[in-house]
Write a protein that binds this ligand. Structure first.
Ligand SMILES: [Zn+2]
Length: 314
């Protein structure tokens, strides 16, 4: 399926006012390059958290904002450098863009990555590169009228090097970026398995009422502990699987091939196991492991799929 058939059988992005003037935009089905965004409407301006992957998807997101308000988006927050969250930056022409310092550095080094080989069915559109304008490390606060939007990093590598979360304390709303894949397989290839586990503790301590994850449905209240525990269970499973592989002198792909995913087989994008294992091997103190590079790790994900490219419906 290509973007010519925007949304296809997946349905359009779901716009929801999760708290007064705070909106989530959740794109089904949350798989590769189909991420979430959100925005906050002030008296004179709008703040957006992230953009999305293809030109058409970004234009649909802008339409969703316009269905709520005529006000311009004057500030755009990038939660991390990944293309699905930043490709639309150039379409927010009224916005100043803010990100973590490392997020911007990575974007400047990579530009718009060429995904045509790995994701040949996707029509990305006429994308243009735009990097963040303002960067920070640690934390900073955006003030939208009298509403605070607290931006903070984790002090360590987690989903990526340079993750930023957006927390609205007066509304109890937390945007986590890809530290959470709700219903999908967590993906730590560009970051750290242990760092993502630690990030989940940070997220839990915020005491949010509503969480907008990077992919998959928004959740809140009593669901929060359940979703966070499910993410933890998967990441610990990756660590235990790596431990087994190291003890059995198997390479990550050899270990992935003999692993029963069990309950985690129900998550989408299961081939991420092969990539995640490379990171868990790298992080294991006793592993005799040499990092193979992203291309080879992604090659292992394709091998795990029996040679099929990851299924991408963006
Ligand atoms: Zn990501």
């Amino acid at each position: 399926m290509s973007s010519n058939h925007l949304h296809g059988n997946l349905g359009p992005g779901l716009l929801q006012e999760v708290a007064p003037k705070v909106f989530s935009y959740v794109q089904p089905d949350g798989t590769w390059f189909i991420n979430n965004t959100g925005f906050v409407v002030g008296e004179n301006a709008v703040v957006s958290i992230d953009t999305t992957s293809t030109e058409l998807r970004n234009r649909a997101y802008l339409d969703a904002i316009a269905s709520v308000t005529d006000l311009p988006v004057t500030l755009l927050i990038n939660t991390h450098h990944h293309a699905d969250h930043t490709h639309g930056n150039y379409l927010f022409s009224d916005a100043t863009i803010i990100s973590h310092t490392t997020c911007r550095s990575v974007m400047m080094a990579t530009g718009i990555p060429d995904y045509r080989a790995a994701f040949p069915g996707v029509e990305w559109g006429n994308l243009r590169f735009r990097a963040p304008d303002i960067t920070f490390e640690g934390s900073t606060t955006v003030h939208l009228d009298d509403l605070a939007i607290e931006l903070f990093d984790l002090g360590q590598v987690a989903h990526t090097d340079g993750d930023v979360l957006a927390w609205l304390p007066e509304r109890g709303v937390l945007f986590t970026g890809d530290l959470i894949f709700h219903g999908g397989t967590p993906f730590a290839l560009f970051g750290s398995v242990q760092g993502t586990l630690d990030a989940l503790d940070t997220i839990e301590k915020k005491g949010a009422e509503v969480i907008i994850p990077g992919h998959g449905p928004t959740f809140g209240g009593h669901e929060i502990k359940k979703v966070l525990d499910a993410q933890r269970a998967y990441l610990r499973f990756v660590q235990e699987t790596a431990e087994n592989g190291i003890n059995s002198a198997r390479t990550p792909i050899e270990q992935a091939s003999v692993t029963d995913l069990g309950e985690f087989g129900r998550l989408t994008d299961t081939e991420r196991l092969a990539g995640n294992l490379h990171v868990a091997y790298r992080e294991h103190p006793e592993a005799d492991y040499e990092w193979v590079g992203f291309e080879n790790a992604i090659g292992d994900m394709i091998a795990f799929n029996g040679g099929a490219l990851p299924r991408c419906l963006a």
